[in-house]
Design a protein around this ligand. Structure first.
Ligand SMILES: [Zn+2]
Length: 195
């Protein structure tokens, strides 16, 4: 049990609600929607953060949250939005893409230059990656670790499937987020060489 995990506590409201919090919680531990975020050390432990689903690259929660929330290139942190849209790289290993639908991603976008060069440093992307140019990518929710308050008043991590939980969902009260999720909408698949 690492330090940040043992520092989780329960807080109870007068209305009968409860939620998980840090013993020494600071303002930046929660996002604008009030969801509690993993501290960096916590992303390195064995409590199930980001297991279960196919993922080609993990970046630490603080950086993922920063670049994803502001739509910055995950490589250089420059703005990723251009007049044509926002570039995401997507692994097709999870299944075929249907451009008539939208998809959810935990992968922050890329600037034009790094969308082109990222696959060179990642064999998975080189093999399975496609570039998506999205017209919009609204916030959806988070991926994180659910916790529960036990009868002996401890906080316990629960098994979870890695599915994103949308903002506004009651489960978020007892979740420690590690990845921000956006919905990639109105996208076209573009050839990386054409960028
Ligand atoms: Zn970049």
């Amino acid at each position: 049990m690492d330090e940040s995990f043992s520092a989780l506590r329960a807080s109870f409201s007068s209305a009968g609600g409860s939620r998980v919090r840090y013993a020494d919680e600071r303002r930046r531990d929660r996002d604008a929607q009030g969801v509690l975020w993993a501290r960096v050390s916590q992303s390195l432990d064995e409590h199930g953060v980001l297991t279960g689903a196919p993922r080609w690259k993990m970046i630490n929660p603080a950086r993922q949250r920063e670049t994803m929330s502001q739509l910055l290139c995950q490589f250089c942190r420059e703005p990723a939005r251009t007049d044509e849209g926002i570039l995401f790289l997507h692994s097709t290993k999870a299944g075929a893409l249907d451009p008539s639908t939208s998809l959810r991603t935990t992968q922050p976008p890329f600037c034009r230059e790094h969308a082109r060069t990222a696959p060179e440093g990642c064999s998975h992307l080189a093999k399975h990656g496609v570039a998506l140019l999205a017209q919009s990518a609204p916030l959806y929710g988070v991926v994180g670790t659910p916790y529960r308050y036990t009868v002996d008043r401890t906080i316990q991590a629960m098994a979870f499937d890695g599915d994103p939980v949308p903002y506004g969902h009651a489960d978020l009260d007892w979740m420690v987020a590690s990845q921000l999720v956006r919905t990639v909408r109105a996208f076209t698949v573009v050839n990386l060489e054409d960028l």
